[in-house]
Design a protein around this ligand. Structure first.
Ligand SMILES: Cc1cn([C@H]2C[C@H](O)[C@@H](COP(=O)(O)OP(=O)(O)O[C@H]3O[C@@H](C)C(=O)[C@@H](O)[C@H]3O)O2)c(=O)[nH]c1=O
Length: 181
């Protein structure tokens, strides 16, 4: 397992070992014990999600407010994305900063985004399948959306005209967000 700690504290990028042979490959895409040792906490996931997106589709930036905040362990099993986590923890030295990671079926990376972050991604290929585990259940009344193209965040999505849902077009701007974390 290769483990990388991005400069924003709490984020983790994991690359599980891939065993390749003439049949194809085998990999442990999730191992609760190994994961908890790496994170140093007893994290429990309660919901697995899957979405498929066409190229240029951007989903985000989403979070759920406490008491329904979610940690997310995300990966891609087909295609690729640029995945973004924005630090919304008010007392964090990196509050308002973001980290981007390319996740693809080919690189097999897992990106751990704990509670206190907004999350989103843009699909870089057609039929990009995005898989993620969440630490709390979907709670639509607790949902928050931060505007993907917020000028303060200034995220480089590599695309100025992505396909965005009507809900995401109405996302709040960072300056007016009043972060719940
Ligand atoms: C997220 C979610 C959505 N839904 C439903 C609600 C809606 O009718 C439909 C599509 O929902 P959305 O438009 O919110 O889906 P989407 O834009 O893919 O939302 C996801 O975006 C990424 C970036 C995340 O980080 C996720 O946590 C989640 O917010 O699916 C559920 O039933 N359960 C869920 O957990």
């Amino acid at each position: 397992m290769q483990v990388v700690h991005p400069y924003i504290e709490g984020l983790l990028v994991l690359t599980p070992r891939k065993f390749e042979d003439e049949r194809g490959y085998f990999t442990e895409s999730f191992n609760q014990r190994v994961f908890n040792e790496l994170v140093g906490a007893d994290i429990r996931f309660v919901q697995d999600n899957e979405s498929v997106s066409s190229r240029h589709v951007l989903r985000g930036l989403h979070f759920q407010k406490p008491p329904h905040a979610q940690g997310k362990l995300v990966r891609v099993s087909s295609g690729s994305v640029l995945d973004i986590a924005v630090d919304l923890r008010k007392d964090s030295p990196t509050f308002g900063k973001w980290h981007g990671e390319i996740l693809s079926a080919a690189n097999g990376k897992l990106f751990w985004i704990p509670e206190g972050f907004a999350h989103g991604f843009i699909a870089l290929e057609d039929h990009t399948k995005f898989l993620y585990k969440c630490t709390d259940y979907y709670a639509p009344d607790s949902e928050g959306t931060l505007r993907w193209n917020d000028p303060t965040l200034n995220i480089d999505w590599g695309n100025n005209h992505p396909i965005v849902s009507e809900k995401d077009k109405k996302g709040r701007i960072f300056e007016e967000l009043n972060s719940p974390f």
